[in-house]
Design a protein around this ligand. Structure first.
Ligand code: 8YV
Length: 309
């Protein structure tokens, strides 16, 4: 039995399976300081998630720590550099969530353009037959810009072909053998796009990449979609671009200070707000749990992570 520090609750099923196989210390159920004072010397693995993260301060307090296994593809909340400096591998759960996150990105895009959430509220409020819902915008044949043509970005791009959309992308570098047009400048990509979907990783390298000039380039008819991390968009600049009508609309699954949503956004009919549910399907969450377990078992049995970051 390995002594595992679990930093936050995952599904009941996951928590049960982990606790059946190992000695699990659920830090959120305890006085964290007391738990660490008593057990820090014995903890060998940290199980966490993109949401709960793992700080350098915690890593430094665990002298016998050998591995960090995280639930989620993003690892901007985990101090990977600090782990590396101690020779501690970190695993995440890539690929298994690509389809569901891409589906959600496309759902947000269509919702924003066709005002589905707004129309649903219109019906529920008893306005059908009494008031007029403004017209939405066409999706098919439009221009789709993707910031971050990685695994999720590529799945988004594939979906767009059914809508006969043109696709361009911006990454730090062009992808070899990629048929989509590369825009070296995010600003130019935004200027070209009808819809701009943010699908790049979070963290310091991408903080506030989508700033006021980029939003202004996307323009008063443009729609910004974010399924990545709130940190990639300058959130106050987003609020003022929407307030001023310099940006046409936004579909957001992620925010800078989750679960807080900037209050001004709640009042805006041209904004669709989701509570970070990109990977939140039964199928994908099960696959993410299984991949975390596979990483953990592979590490404990062979000293190898299957999907190390
Ligand atoms: C999850 C995510 O909601 O994979 C990620 O990076 O942000 C989402 O899939 C998250 O891992 C839950 O903590």
């Amino acid at each position: 039995m390995t002594c595992i520090l679990q930093l936050g609750p995952l599904s009941e099923r996951f928590n049960r399976t982990l606790a059946a196989e190992h000695e699990v210390l659920p830090i959120w159920q305890a006085d964290a300081e007391a738990l660490l004072a008593e057990h820090a010397q014995r903890i060998e693995v940290v199980v966490t998630s993109a949401r709960f993260g793992c700080s350098a301060a915690l890593i430094e307090r665990l002298p016998r720590l050998r591995a960090i296994c995280s639930f989620g593809v993003g690892y901007d909340s985990i101090d990977v550099a600090a782990a590396r400096a101690c020779g501690i591998p970190v695993s995440n759960t890539p690929d298994v969530l690509n389809d569901c996150v891409a589906d959600l990105a496309f759902g947000l895009l269509i919702d924003c353009a066709r005002q589905m959430s707004r129309a649903d509220r219109f019906v529920r409020d008893g306005n059908w037959g009494r008031a007029q819902l403004p017209l939405g915008h066409r999706v098919s044949g439009k221009r789709l810009g993707i910031l971050g043509l990685g695994r999720i970005g590529a799945a988004i791009a594939r979906r767009s072909s059914g809508f006969e959309m043109q696709v361009r992308y911006h990454n730090r570098r062009p992808l070899a053998g990629c048929d989509y047009v590369y825009e070296a400048s995010l600003h130019e990509l935004a200027r070209w796009s009808d819809f701009l979907i943010v699908a790049c990783p979070g963290g310091e390298n991408t903080r506030n990449l989508v700033d006021r000039p980029v939003m202004d380039a996307l323009g008063s008819q443009g729609v910004l979609i974010n399924v990545s991390r709130g940190s990639v968009i300058d959130e106050p600049a987003l609020v003022s671009a929407l307030q001023d009508g310099r940006l046409g609309g936004a579909g957001l699954d992620v925010y800078v200070h989750e679960p807080q949503v900037p209050p001004a956004l709640l009042e805006m009919p041209n904004v669709v707000l989701l509570p970070h549910i990109g990977s939140a399907t039964e199928e994908t969450r099960l696959a993410m749990e299984e991949l975390l377990f596979d990483n953990l078992r592979s590490f404990l049995e062979r000293g190898e992570m299957l999907t190390a970051v």
